[in-house]
Write a protein that binds this ligand. Sequence first.
Ligand code: GLV
Length: 322
Amino acid sequence: MSKPVVYLTRLIPDAGLDLLVKAGFSLRINQKARGLSAEELTQAAAGADAVISQLADPINSAVLEAWAPKCKVVATCAVGYDNIDVKAAAKLGMTVTNTPDVLTHATADLTWALLLATARRLGEGERLVRAGAWRGWEMMQLMGADVFGQSLGLIGAGRIGQAVAKRASGFEMTVRYVARSEKPEMTAIGATRVDLDTLLTTSDFVSLHTALTPDTHHLLNAKAFDKLKPGAILINTARGSVVDQVEMIAALRDGRLAAAGLDVFDGEPAIPKELMEMDNVVMLPHIGSATVRTRTRMAEIAANNVIAVLTDKPPQTPVSVG
Ligand code: GLV
């Protein structure tokens, strides 16, 4: 009998590949140094028994229909799965899995890195030094915003939001959050659940930790930016489309938003020219989970999920279809 085939839309760390090979699967890996379009994915994974995918892969219903019925599982190496039509997958009898939990702390750490970098203008400082333009200590140079003792507003209080909130206690911040329900973990650390308007009008830092769904698409729009506290800073390590990027750029330009720290973008990897030219924006290439240990664990979980489904066992981290 021929070996089951696993198609990988991009390379993953060796630990994941090793598990798949040991389990007796044959691997096909996208060799292009970029992600594939829906049409390319349809062709490339045709005939595969499982697909290990990544968060930018456009796995829509047409792609899934083309992969079915041979393909039993799509295992994404990410916690977010807004790029996969999970309802269509369920209808086709395909399992979808993700990699929650293991990336919580790496992503919370990166949120803090971005928050501090944005508040204290690290990007501008680094560019100045590298350009050889630093003329020595100056009283008036690169004055940023305080973090210690300020207020932090979290939109979304799941695993990552909670981990970000816990780190805020060292900075003695007032933490407020927006979530569908009260979170005992947040109450325990002194964070208060508020409505979105209260969060927007009271937060020095607004940080996004919600999944991208039809309800959260462009949640931060012109109306929301109008309500911000003067000097407010936005941090986004969730998904670019939770923010109306055009309106965010307008708010950054006219000062309703003092600065933004962004790990994600609407339509990434394309970045609007206006953002590129703004000094009050710190930008990263979607690296929230990018530590060696975390990415290794993500690869192992995705591989183990594939192994489970292809050997008729329950996967560790299935995505539930709401
Ligand atoms: C990263 O953005 C993820 O969803 O894992």
